[in-house]
Design a protein around this ligand. Structure first.
Ligand SMILES: O=P(O)(O)O[C@@H]1[C@@H](OP(=O)(O)O)[C@H](OP(=O)(O)O)[C@H](O)[C@H](OP(=O)(O)O)[C@H]1OP(=O)(O)O
Ligand SMILES: Nc1ncnc2c1ncn2[C@@H]1O[C@H](COP(=O)(O)OP(=O)(O)O)[C@@H](O)[C@H]1O
Ligand SMILES: [Mg+2]
Ligand SMILES: [Mg+2]
Length: 346
């Protein structure tokens, strides 16, 4: 951990002023203004993410706790910037991953949230859920699995046969195999009959649709902290609807809407949050298996059951701005990271 005094930058007695980079100067200047800085967080985020995550309430909170957020300039070498205690990022692309890997190698003292290869694991909707399937979590609080699914790499005409062979039940949710955050990766459809499946565009994952009463739970994880919220989701598909409908229908991003289902008048058996001990266990194990500290899960309860849950999606560095109390949780987490490093050293 960098303590207050180590941070103060005295320009007068610095002979190497000319070799100092712009970002070091500006961090120094910011530190002058913010005397109690203990943690410097470099961030590389999309402009959308900066807007939703780095809200004034977070920056204000952080400032009071001695945390300074500094934008990483992607046009300059990362090593010339900082010094950072933590690097926070959500950018895609091989080039960026290589930059970060190199930086992790040369700056082991910096906590990079999170390792690029661990994030990559979530960019494929098959590997994303593998950890949950392997875990086979089942205890007195409930059971957590993943919907049955099939990966189609190519050749849409083979889908009806492949689905029949695998014994998947309709309706099916068709999801692009790649989940890299692009608009296309969020284009999902619901398929009511086997033959229309030929219209889909591989590579994709075909997942059994699980009726869940139109409500899903978003479980946000920030290190060891967990926060759960309710969101509206797709309504149940009845047997009657299934027999009457045919075709493949694109559906919008229902659960991403800002409207939370937390205050809605819902059937209590649908609205009841998953048991806390079950989520604690799931989150702890996923943190370990995925090697990630910043992610969320979309989890649904099979309608008509009390404790059968399915994880349908895992997202890296999700929309924390929508998580109630994120400014407290996130700043505490950042401080805890630096404190645990400091403890390890002493
Ligand atoms: O922007 P938001 O707040 O809607 O956040 C998105 C997430 O919404 P959520 O927190 O689950 O409500 C969203 O979650 P879903 O995939 O919609 O479940 C994703 O995490 C999305 O990131 P990406 O496009 O997959 O890279 C997130 O988008 P980015 O902010 O990372 O671009
Ligand atoms: N297997 C499923 N059963 C029921 N609903 C699903 C299933 N998979 C996805 N959904 C619905 O589709 C939405 C988007 O799917 P998701 O896998 O979360 O993709 P994205 O990464 O685009 O958020 C979910 O929030 C949920 O409403
Ligand atoms: Mg989702
Ligand atoms: Mg997702």
């Amino acid at each position: 951990m960098r303590l207050k005094d180590e941070f103060s930058h005295n320009n007068d007695d610095d002979d190497e002023e000319e070799t100092k980079t712009m970002s070091q100067c500006s961090i120094g200047a910011l530190q002058q203004q913010q005397k109690n800085v203990v943690v410097v967080v470099g961030y590389a985020l999309t402009s959308k993410k900066v807007k939703s995550f780095l809200q004034p309430k977070l920056e204000g909170f952080a400032r009071n706790k001695g945390i300074l957020f500094v934008a990483i300039d992607q046009n300059r070498p990362l090593s010339d910037q900082g010094p950072f205690d933590i690097v926070l990022h959500k950018l895609t692309g091989k080039e960026w991953r290589q930059i970060l890997e190199e930086y992790r190698r040369t700056h082991p003292e910096v906590t990079v949230l999170d390792p690029p290869d661990a994030i990559l694991h979530l960019h494929n909707r098959q590997s994303m859920l593998q950890c949950v399937a392997d875990m086979n979590l089942s205890d007195s609080y409930g059971k957590v699995g993943v919907p049955r699914q099939l990966v189609i790499k190519r050749d849409a005409s083979s889908i009806p046969d492949a689905v029949a062979k695998a014994g998947l039940m309709l309706p099916l949710v068709a999801k692009p195999l790649v989940a890299d955050g692009s608009a296309k990766s969020h284009e999902l459809s619901l398929a009511y009959d086997q033959y229309s499946l030929q219209k889909l565009e591989p590579p994709l994952v075909l997942q059994e649709f699980v009726n869940h009463g139109g409500v899903l739970f978003k479980v946000y994880i920030v290190g060891e902290a967990i926060k759960v919220v309710r969101r509206f989701s797709l309504p149940d598909v009845t047997k009657r609807e299934l027999s009457k409908n045919a075709g493949v229908f694109r559906f919008p991003r229902v659960s991403c809407a800002a409207a939370s289902a937390d205050d809605a008048d819902l059937d209590p058996s649908v609205a009841e949050l998953p048991p806390r001990p079950l989520l604690e266990k799931l989150a702890k194990e996923l943190r370990r298996r995925l090697g990630l500290r910043l992610f969320n899960l979309d989890i649904i309860r099979e309608h008509g059951t009390r404790d059968h849950f399915y994880v349908i999606d895992i997202n890296y560095f999700p929309g924390y701005g929508k998580m109630p109390g994120y400014e407290h949780i996130f700043t505490d987490f950042l401080l805890s990271l630096v404190q645990s490093r400091y403890k390890k050293k002493s």
